[in-house]
Design a protein around this ligand. Structure first.
Ligand code: ADP
Ligand code: MG
Length: 735
């Protein structure tokens, strides 16, 4: 008897099953029925040939218009050329020494292959063909919506379709196979949802677009509910495990920090600070996401919370995404605390603590010393990178974990650090990338959000402009002139490039910490192959130093430098020994040099929206207004050009976050494997399904309220368990 766990080897031939497993990650009947069509073809409104792009692997439906076989000129053998088309376009198929017997003028067929081009016309060479049998199927497929499945090299769309026929022969078979419905009946009734079996059946055999829409709606509910139950369960489990209360104490480090601050806290900083202080003072472990614009002053908020924990006898760890940022934080905190941060040293204040930097690039002796301070509790504040997560890093009493620039860290990593406390520590996650509500409800669903809306007073603000070099070449000269003007006025500049240069194809790495996620990361936008390679730091720096910026002190910074070199160059920039820093996105997050006022982003179209927003957050961090110039060779009317203009026209983080979401696929946002397999999210859209996600969140909380183990809903419990099997919460990694 067939069930959802039946391996596909028992349903289709061994070879097909093997190919399905290897190429499409389809292993069981469950996987197969959830392998949804990517679209539906209908006769009369068929594939838009005009939408196809070279390199796409696609399946198209078309009618044979012309067949022409002739001997080849320079070689032996023959060439068969077939033209297929629909209303608004045509495509050329070529076959060498081969003629598909049933490809006759007038025949309809499905053709699958990789789109190539020949004299400006789209073509497939040696496509897979499935000529449709009009005599037998005419009635059915002439009106129906023909599902087109994501296919692979050896598993075509029609093989998928035939295989599905074997497991979902008719609606009754679907009812039997899919009787267990993860969405509880009351929830279905409340939201007017069809059964799982009906939805899956319709998804594969729709008659109208409305069928597809209804099926999608129901299947999205599946995805949203399972996700939300998982997150709600996490929140509850975390809330039930007691931590240690670290109430605020007067006359300690926290008061000393406040006294040492060179500025007044903003009202927002004070307010958020009070909320955090109260929660850290309670036994129930805090789980907070602090969201605040670039430059809103999150670091000091975190430092005050860390000081409170130190005053209560615990340790605080600050986790940064890059070594550059970790070193900067350690230095900044050390400078602010002064002698209070050097307890145990000759000039240290014995009433203070130690600020210890722990990164992967420390030499063995320094690492041993740092580890010892962490283990015996002398280090009250430990700043580090991923290295903090590794084995062998033991804390005497970890009371608070602060994760800076959250989008680089996932749930899993948070958990690893959390596990280093004897009891669960308080957790504060900080992000400058504004998070749309849907993402907050999913990716960060186990955290409650706090927001810092206000920027410290007296900020100049950043204005941004696009420099379209193809259309306005003179503007680039003007950009370099602006850089010179700023430097002449005592300010500094960044020039950002997508690539390091010199040694192509090699990702930049940052010491033993492994790849620096802020460097050499593939730009988020699609690249077309006919464009020149992206501009490189090394080339641009050289050209600038000997050209438009001659005479200025130009230095480069990228992930291929050793951590010491990087640190030295960052320091040199911070102390104004360098005027212009030409860098990769290593400077993307957190880097804080208030005297820098201009940023020129080369090939700006190769960066994603949130990357650009992060990048420009590096300027105008002091009292001087900032300028960010987005240089692009793309036309201002192209879609990417328009996107750049939108980025330039707003600094509203939430608007940008939405724009960002539009340009990325859901899978990327959820950090899932490309197929969406691991996240279980295939249809749900974080951009468009806000209401549905919110409703599912409410339902999830209600279900768990009365029934934490989901005893009354075994189907839902099973779906949650299967999502969380294996890599556990890995699917929420890296937004
Ligand atoms: P982000 O929120 O982007 O991490 P930072 O914490 O790095 O921002 O703060 C940006 C800059 O603003 C730093 O130089 C910091 O010292 C400064 N700063 C923070 N709070 C204030 C304040 N209340 N008034 C003036 N400057 C502040
Ligand atoms: Mg920061």
């Amino acid at each position: 008897m067939l069930d959802l766990d039946t391996p596909l080897g028992k349903v289709v031939g061994t070879r097909t099953a093997k190919a399905m497993a290897e190429e499409l990650e389809l292993h069981t009947v469950r996987d197969l029925v959830r392998h949804y069509p990517s679209r539906y073809a209908r006769r009369g409104e068929m594939t838009r040939f005009t939408d196809l792009e070279v390199g796409d692997r696609v399946t198209v439906l078309g009618q044979v218009r012309k067949v022409d076989t002739r001997p080849m000129r320079n070689r032996r053998g023959s060439l068969t050329e077939v033209t297929v088309g629909d209303g608004d376009g045509s495509m050329r198929l070529v076959f060498f020494n081969h003629r598909h017997a049933r490809l006759e003028v007038g025949a309809w067929g499905l053709f699958a292959g990789t789109v190539g081009s020949w004299h400006g016309q789209l073509q497939f060479s040696h496509p897979d063909c499935q000529v449709l049998d009009e005599a037998t199927d005419a009635e059915e497929w002439a009106t129906a919506m023909l599902p087109i499945y994501p296919a692979s090299k050896s598993v075509s769309s029609w093989v998928v379709q035939k295989s599905l026929k074997l497991v979902l022969g008719d609606p009754a078979a679907a009812e039997q196979l899919l009787a267990a419905d993860p969405v509880p009946a009351q929830v279905r009734a409340r939201h007017g949802l069809m059964s799982l079996a009906r939805a899956i059946w319709l998804k594969h055999h729709p008659e109208t677009p409305d069928d597809v829409e209804q099926a999608d709606h129901r299947l999205k509910w599946d995805e949203a509910l399972v996700l939300q139950v998982t997150l709600a369960a996490r929140r509850r489990a975390a809330a039930l495990e007691p931590g240690i209360a670290r109430p605020r104490r007067t006359g300690g480090l926290a008061d000393a920090v406040d006294a040492a601050l060179p500025f007044e806290l903003t009202a927002g900083q004070r307010e958020v600070g009070e909320a955090l202080a109260a929660e850290i003072g309670r036994e129930q472990p805090m789980h907070r996401l602090l969201q605040g614009e670039v430059g809103s002053g999150k670091t000091v908020v975190a430092l005050r919370a860390m000081a409170q924990v130190v005053d209560a006898g615990g340790q605080a760890a600050l986790l940064a995404p890059t070594e550059v940022l970790a070193a900067q934080h350690a230095r900044g905190i050390g400078a602010l605390l002064g002698p209070l941060g050097r307890a145990g040293e000759i000039d240290g204040d014995p009433a203070g603590t130690r600020v210890t930097l722990l990164t992967g690039s420390l030499r063995a002796a320094a690492r041993r010393a740092a580890l010892a301070e962490v283990a015996d509790g002398r280090a009250g504040i430990v700043v580090g990178t991923h290295a903090l997560l590794s084995e062998g890093v033991d804390f005497a009493d970890l009371g608070l974990v602060v994760v800076d620039e959250q989008h680089r860290f996932g749930v899993e990593q948070r958990d690893r650090l959390r596990a280093k406390g004897t009891r669960p520590p308080h957790v504060l996650v900080m992000t400058a990338t504004p998070i749309p509500r849907t993402v907050a409800m999913t990716v960060y669903g186990d955290l409650e959000t706090l927001t810092l809306r206000q920027l410290p007073a007296g900020r100049g603000g950043v204005s941004s402009s696009v420099v379209p070099v193809a259309e306005k070449p003179a503007w680039l000269d003007r950009a370099w002139a602006r850089v010179r003007e700023e430097v002449a006025a005592g300010r500094q500049a960044y020039v950002v490039c997508p690539r390091i240069g010199d040694d192509e194809g090699k990702g930049a790495t940052e010491g033993p910490d492994g790849p620096d996620p802020g460097d050499g990361a593939p730009p988020e936008t699609a690249q077309t192959s006919d464009r020149r390679p992206p501009l490189a730091v090394l080339d641009v720096a050289e050209a600038l130093a000997s050209g438009p910026l001659a005479g200025l002190r130009v230095e480069v910074l990228h992930g291929r430098l050793t951590p010491e070199e990087k640190d030295a160059r960052m320091r040199a920039f911070a102390t104004r020994e360098v005027d212009v820093l030409v860098a990769t996105t290593v400077i993307e997050v957190g880097v804080d040099v208030p005297n820098a006022t201009v940023m020129v982003v080369m090939d700006a179209d190769r960066f994603g929206v949130s990357q650009l927003h992060q990048l420009r957050g590096r300027v105008a961090r002091g009292k001087h207004p900032g300028l960010c110039l987005l240089v692009s060779e793309l036309s201002t009317s192209s879609s990417t050009g328009t996107r750049l203009a939108q980025v330039a026209s707003t600094t509203d983080g939430f608007e940008l976050a939405r724009l960002d979401l539009e340009t990325r696929r859901e899978g990327d946002v959820l950090g899932a494997a490309q197929s969406g397999r691991r996240s279980g999210v295939k249809l749900l859209s974080l951009l468009h399904d806000e209401e549905l996600i919110a409703a599912a969140r409410t339902e999830a909380a209600a279900l768990l309220e009365t029934d934490l183990g989901l005893a009354a809903h075994p189907e839902l419990a099973a779906a949650v368990a299967s999502l969380n099997a294996g890599d556990r919460a890995d699917w929420l990694e890296r937004a």
